[in-house]
Design a binder for this molecule. Structure first.
Ligand SMILES: [Zn+2]
Ligand SMILES: [Zn+2]
Ligand SMILES: [Zn+2]
Length: 430
């Protein structure tokens, strides 16, 4: 049906059949380093639950003076225009969030797919996000899914029915939904801010047209809900335009595993064949006799397990706080103990912002619960103060250090070198 429609394409590029890679995007003119190759508005997008209140649900603008949806009081907007613009999508969730309360918990993928289905219902023409690739042309790789992925897919479909069937009349059938979820899993994007914090999920069909390389010649960034693709190497006419789908920090073996697991292909790029950076990426300490292959690979396994454990630990901290928070107030001592542990994990992982926000929640209740002079309270003010100063929050930092000092001058004595040290830290900020 789209063949008869006029297709503008994307200036300076063309869709082509890449050898062994299927379709791809190719330059038909030169692009200089830093040049915008193309921009692509999101076909559909969703703000992540954790960023509600900090960003506009419709345009993703980060500002302090957003106002909230009067009905659900959970979605925030810049102004009435953004709220109106978002309503066709927000209405899928607004009433349901009120009705389900705490039990409203569809995954971000489910939320995104619900929006895609809604958009498909009202869209008959090729959208500006699909100048070269249509969303329904996305690969699903259904035949390559293992049982674990199939189960996740089924759970997502069940959640979609549970949370959205009342608000989307006539959901696609089971098979169509299985395909759509698989397509979104292989072709979806996460929108991140300048610190690479997760803001939301989206589909950008034309961006998804680009094949992967571990030495990509473009980088994708986001301006609100628009993806921008810029050249990071000079691209000559006839050259394929490659994006990276994964974190490029890791050595070839790890990248291979990740690409195969999530995107079902084996990368043949120059990095993957020459492995030129692997040695530096896997540097071994030069002391004593060098470890053998088996020792190294067993340490890699150990490291991967530990990293995964830490990730789960943080997840558990968040989940347990949510669960306990249903009954316990934030000032409850069990909540405080939990947050204290979570703060320790954040400090160890060098997540300073995370540690700071836990510290802020802990410190006031601490000073209520503990006696007037307490080492626990002093040390919490000290940690928080140093975190603030490290994060360039001078006023708050000095304030917290002074609170710590007031206790320490009594508990440690005015002559203690710890006291002198804190005084010096305060002095340095003047
Ligand atoms: Zn807005
Ligand atoms: Zn609402
Ligand atoms: Zn590669």
């Amino acid at each position: 049906m789209f063949d008869s429609m006029k297709n503008e394409g994307i200036d300076g590029t063309e869709r082509f059949d890449s050898p062994d890679k299927g379709r791809g995007l190719r330059a038909v003119r030169q692009f200089a380093v830093g040049e915008l190759v193309f921009a692509c508005p999101a076909y559909s997008f969703v703000l992540t639950v954790n960023e509600r209140g900090a960003h506009c649900e419709h345009c993703f603008t980060r500002r302090e003076d957003l106002f909230k949806c009067g009905k659900c009081k959970q979605a925030y907007y810049c102004n009435v225009d953004c709220q109106r613009g978002d309503w066709p999508m927000h209405k899928l969730e607004c009433v349901a969030m009120c009705a389900y309360g705490e039990n409203w918990c569809p995954s971000e993928t489910v939320r995104l797919v619900a929006r895609i289905i809604m958009k498909q219902k009202v869209t008959t023409e090729r959208t500006p996000s699909e100048r070269l690739l249509l969303l329904r042309e996305f690969e699903s790789h259904l035949d390559k899914m293992d049982s674990e992925k199939e189960e996740m897919n089924q759970a997502d479909i069940a959640a979609l029915h549970h949370f959205y069937s009342r608000h989307i009349s006539g959901l696609p059938n089971e098979q169509a939904l299985t395909e759509l979820f698989a397509q979104v899993n292989c072709n979806g994007f996460t929108i991140e801010d300048e610190e690479l914090s997760h803001l939301g999920s989206a589909v950008f069909p034309d961006v998804a047209l680009m094949n992967h390389s571990c030495s990509p010649n473009v980088i994708v960034t986001y301006k609100g809900t628009v993806a921008e693709v810029r050249a990071v190497n000079e691209i000559n006419p006839g050259e394929e335009i490659f994006n990276s789908y994964i974190d490029l920090l890791y050595p070839t073996e790890d990248r291979k595993e990740r690409l195969l697991d999530s995107y079902f292909f084996t990368c043949q790029c120059t990095e993957c064949t020459t492995k030129s950076k692997d040695k530096a990426k896997m540097e071994i300490r030069k002391i004593g006799s060098p470890p053998d292959e088996e020792e190294i690979s067993s340490m890699v396994r150990y490291a991967k397990n530990v990293i995964e454990e830490f990730r789960r630990l943080l997840e558990m901290c968040e989940l347990s706080q949510e669960k306990m928070g249903a009954i316990f107030a934030d000032t409850n001592v069990y909540m405080l103990h939990m947050m204290y542990q979570a703060m320790g994990v954040c400090l160890y992982m060098q997540d300073w912002d995370g540690a700071m926000s836990y510290g802020e929640k802990i410190v006031h209740p601490y000073s209520v619960h503990y006696p007037a002079y307490s080492l626990n309270v002093a040390s919490m003010y000290l940690k928080l103060g140093r975190l603030y100063l490290g994060l360039e929050k001078k006023t708050q930092g000095v304030k917290a250090l002074k609170k710590a000092l007031a206790i320490m001058e009594v508990a440690h004595g005015k002559d203690h070198h710890y006291v002198a040290e804190v005084k010096r830290e305060i002095e340095e900020e003047k």
